[in-house]
Write a protein that binds this ligand. Structure first.
Ligand SMILES: [Zn+2]
Ligand SMILES: [Zn+2]
Ligand SMILES: [Zn+2]
Length: 266
């Protein structure tokens, strides 16, 4: 499968509105971060996005997404959900399955209430088929497992995607703790994208160091950090990851900040 990072920024995006810090003013394209989201293209043409943030339209156009088999939602925070209406051109012929936990789907029904009630003809609405994510979901040859994790006190989902004969891929953003049962669900992770906000602690997000520790605990070999805030430049985070690998003597493990447009072959 091919994983494309559509956005790698925290809830504000970078540059942030009304901020003139060095990272928000940076001219380095790696320091421009839209809200966090990824696209997964399977070997048989399967096409899935995880989260539809406010820039979904721009991200889908930039990535050339022409069809979608499903949307997987991590949770209902605005930075992960409010571009959902823009899937309209991708669900003209068939309703689009949207998977999330029950809390997330309830929020979708409330924030997008117009989608689920009668409105005048001609008003374009996305055709959404909300489905509670419980057991494994199969889409084409992709096996998709929802993994419950904690985002502060919130129960949200990480997602594991497997394709036969390939290492697994896990996307786990906005996480601050991984329950023991979920660690075994995640299993031995091949490629791993994990949310890591900044160096300073935060109540509801892993720091860089916490995210890297979590990745090592899941035996991930290839790790990228996402959902990054404006306190650190891409170059600074790259150096921080390099120091972590050297200090721990982690031969064979790669850890780096994700960036918008990053493509990962799994
Ligand atoms: Zn977020
Ligand atoms: Zn800033
Ligand atoms: Zn969140």
């Amino acid at each position: 499968m091919k994983v494309s990072v559509l956005g790698s920024g925290t809830s504000h995006g970078i540059p942030m509105v009304a901020c003139s810090c060095p990272v928000c003013r940076s001219e380095n394209p790696f320091d421009k971060r839209m809200r966090a989201s990824i696209h997964i293209a399977g070997e048989e043409g399967e096409s899935i996005v995880i989260d539809t943030g406010p820039e979904f339209r721009l991200q889908a156009v930039r990535a050339g997404i022409e069809r979608l088999d499903a949307v997987l939602l991590t949770h209902a925070h605005a930075d992960h959900l409010h571009g959902l209406d823009d899937v309209r051109p991708l669900c003209r012929s068939l309703p689009l399955p949207v998977y999330g936990n029950d809390d997330t789907l309830e929020e979708v029904r409330s924030r997008f209430s117009y989608v689920f009630r009668e409105t005048q003809p001609g008003g374009g609405k996305p055709r959404l088929d909300l489905r509670t994510a419980g057991a494994v979901i199969e889409i084409g040859s992709l096996r998709i497992t929802p993994i419950p994790v904690k985002h502060g006190e919130l129960d949200i989902l990480a997602w594991k995607i497997e394709e036969s004969g390939r290492p697994s891929f896990v996307y786990m953003t906005d996480t601050s703790a991984i329950p023991e049962s979920s660690k075994s669900l995640a299993g031995k992770t091949g490629a791993f994208i994990i949310g890591a906000l900044r160096k300073r602690p935060h109540e509801t997000h892993f720091t860089f160091a916490e995210a890297m520790e979590a990745a090592l605990e899941l035996a991930a070999r290839r790790v990228w950090l996402t959902h990054i805030c404006h306190e650190h430049s891409h170059d600074e985070i790259t150096a921080f990851c390099g120091d972590f690998i050297r200090e721990r003597n982690l031969g064979g493990v790669s850890i780096a900040p994700a960036y918008d447009g990053l493509e990962i072959r799994v």
